[in-house]
Write a protein of this length. Structure first.
Length: 278
């Protein structure tokens, strides 16, 4: 039987306190790692690639330096804060903080008994206008073959046009989807899914079809916390674009705050909002 490949993202809002800089949610990380282990142990035909956001780690420095927007652009330098060296210093700081959070994630996985290996985009990916153009995905394939859990995350990257930028986990997933053809992408955060009436949060949308998206997009809001990679609307649009390119792919946006929700989503249940081609 063919093995199913799933991409799972643990959102920064889920694994950190996004309103307190550099604050991981260690108990939540431990619980999520245990759920991942239980599902992997009980589902031998499942191949999982895990990603995570930067939350209150990378986003704090990134907002200060505007790193997502780039170090340079075709029209010249963007230097409201000073010299270009200052912006490269910010680039390095974002990298350092993203790695700090990744260490907490990796520790939680190892302590839960999930053999894992981290693949930081900053050391292996080159982008052009935040679209990944170069990466040796063979190393991730080898990790899967060795029954190791590959872990990627939001990170800085050198960029052919912008000099340097930040790649969100969704940016990384968009590239890896071309290499691995996942059947499902799961985005676990603290929001129950996509709200028809954000921020009132009284009407949860259970399914969004690509053809129906334009009708409801006006009601989908951004993030209420600092998120330099775009908030909910950007995530929905990125994922629908991926669905359009990858036949048979579905995406689920859901909350993993409640114990067991991650397990249910990994096993195929819609516990949030399901994005489909039709």
């Amino acid at each position: 039987m063919a093995k199913e490949i799933i991409f799972l993202k643990l959102g920064g809002s889920l694994i950190t306190d996004k309103d307190k800089p550099y604050t991981p949610r260690l108990d939540k990380l431990a619980d999520l790692a245990q759920e991942i282990k239980t599902v992997l142990d009980s589902t031998p035909d499942l191949l999982l690639i895990l990603g995570h956001g930067s939350g209150s780690f990378g986003h704090t420095a990134a907002k200060k330096y505007g790193t997502r927007d780039g170090i340079t652009d075709p029209k010249g330098l963007k230097r409201p804060l000073g010299s270009i060296e200052e912006y490269w210093k910010g680039f390095a700081e974002v990298r350092f903080q993203a790695a700090e959070l990744n260490r907490y994630v990796m520790e939680s996985l190892i302590y839960a008994g999930v053999p894992s290996i981290s693949f930081p985009p900053s050391s292996s990916m080159i982008s052009n206008n935040r679209k990944v153009t170069h990466h040796n995905s063979l190393v991730i394939r080898k990790a899967l073959e060795a029954h190791l859990l590959p872990v990627v995350h939001g990170d800085v990257a050198f960029d052919e046009t912008l000099g340097g930028t930040i790649l969100s986990t969704e940016d990384v997933f968009a590239f890896l989807a071309e290499q691995f053809s996942p059947t499902r992408i799961l985005l676990a955060g603290i929001e129950a899914g996509v709200w028809e009436d954000f921020p009132a949060r009284t009407r949860l949308v259970k399914q969004i079809q690509l053809s129906d998206y334009e009708k409801m997009r006006a009601g989908i809001g951004g993030s209420s916390s600092t998120d330099v990679t775009g908030g909910m609307k950007a995530k929905v649009e990125e994922m629908l674009a991926l669905i359009q390119k990858n036949k048979g792919l579905t995406v689920q946006i859901f909350s993993a705050e409640e114990s067991g929700h991650l397990t249910r989503a990994l096993k195929g249940e819609n516990v949030g909002t399901l994005l489909t081609s039709r």
